[in-house]
Design a protein. Structure first.
Lengths: 98, 272
């Protein structure tokens, strides 16, 4: 997904989950954007977002069907099996805000 | 009987032969009215397909003029149109494609003072705006007026689209409650956009409109589709109505139109 999406090599916090479970307790099995992954970072939404690189700051997050408030990102814990979707703000072509 | 001429029946024969559309569906298209807000990257393909499909009455809201940097993706305009009003350029192209349709040009910026009057003239609204303040204004107005809205956005190699039916289905604020913090989301001018991504997403918007008018298929209600051209993937996210949504939820805090400030320094509403 390039700079706006999952980039495990960039962060070192994600690895492909495929069908194998996490290798140890320090790892979470997550489904992010429909892909199974192993997450090794701090277990809150903000950290997961930050692990995606700078462009993730303009994503909203939905976990297990619930859209989160941006102000809650740091306080929402991630749990094994969570399904996480990043919902990206996409404005348009304005050269500047009119 | 259908009110279609021999020439129209021939022109729309590939529609009419579809059993799901038929002459009745084509008549519905001719009787329909659609407003496209923005004649830019998304609006260009949407307008072209709505015109070609024979949507009888199409409105365009656009106050900008054609710029040379638009032509990489805004395919309704040509090099000869640079410097001309986009609404006029788009309208002329549409009428060249299909002289049987009526096109209104609204060469003005949408505000909380004029949006109700303009959207009231049309049955379905297509959002092809280029900034967040107008995007939220359009969403809120369509929810309040119970209008069908096909919402979309593009950036870099990505696009998103969701269809909204007035206050009955999830709206844009159900997913994106508030505009992004100032300065966090670049525009296409700052971050770039692959031109054909606008074509994909704008064409999906036109597809949704044609489905809504004819009653064919299942609109993208309560779902959000994200398109990633980089990997050529579509990712669908279920997006049911959010009871906490400030404009369509159970305890609504936005009951009048809000116009967010356009400055980069502040996104606070200028008035309630």
């Amino acid at each position: 997904m390039g700079e706006t999406g999952i980039n495990s090599e960039k962060t070192g916090m994600l690895s492909s989950g495929k069908d194998a479970p996490c290798p140890g307790p320090a790892c979470l099995d997550l489904v992010v954007q429909g892909k199974k992954i192993h997450y090794h970072g701090t277990r809150n939404v903000l950290s997961l977002l930050e692990s995606q690189g700078e462009n993730a700051v303009y994503a909203n997050v939905r976990i297990n069907g619930e859209v989160l408030r941006r102000r809650d990102f740091e306080n929402i814990a991630l749990n094994d099996g969570d399904e996480v979707d990043f919902l990206y703000y996409m404005g348009g072509g304005a050269r500047r805000q009119p | 009987m259908f009110n279609l001429s021999e020439e129209e029946i021939l022109r729309y024969s590939r529609h009419i032969i579809l059993s799901e559309v038929g002459g009745a569906g084509q008549q519905k298209l001719k009787d329909a009215s659609v407003l496209v807000i923005g004649a830019g990257g998304l609006g260009s393909p949407a307008l072209l397909y709505l015109a070609a499909a024979g949507v009888g009455h199409v409105g365009i809201v656009e106050d900008d003029i054609v710029d040379i940097t638009n032509l990489q993706r805004q395919i309704i305009h040509t090099t000869a149109d640079v410097g001309r009003p986009k609404a006029r350029s788009a309208s002329e192209t549409m009428k060249q494609i299909n002289p049987h349709i009526e096109v209104d040009e609204h060469q003005q910026r949408l505000t909380k003072d004029n949006i109700f009057e303009i959207i009231d003239m049309y049955g379905i609204i297509v959002d092809g705006v280029d900034n967040f303040p107008t995007r939220y204004l359009v969403n809120d107005a369509c929810v309040m007026k119970k209008k069908k809205l096909v919402e979309a956005g593009i950036l870099r190699f990505m696009g998103l689209i969701m269809s909204i039916s007035g206050a009955e289905t999830a709206c844009y604020r159900c997913v994106f409650e508030e505009p992004p913090p100032p300065g966090t989301v670049p525009t296409c001018a700052e971050a770039g956009v692959l031109g054909a991504v606008a074509g994909v997403v704008g064409t999906l918007q036109a597809t949704e409109v044609l489905k809504m008018i004819t009653g064919v298929g299942k609109p993208l209600y309560n779902r959000l589709l994200q398109f990633d051209a980089d990997e050529l993937r579509f990712h669908e996210v279920k997006a049911p109505r959010n009871p906490k949504c400030p404009v369509c939820g159970d305890n609504r805090t936005i009951t009048e139109l809000v116009e967010y400030d356009y400055t980069c320094e502040s996104q606070a509403p200028s008035s309630p």
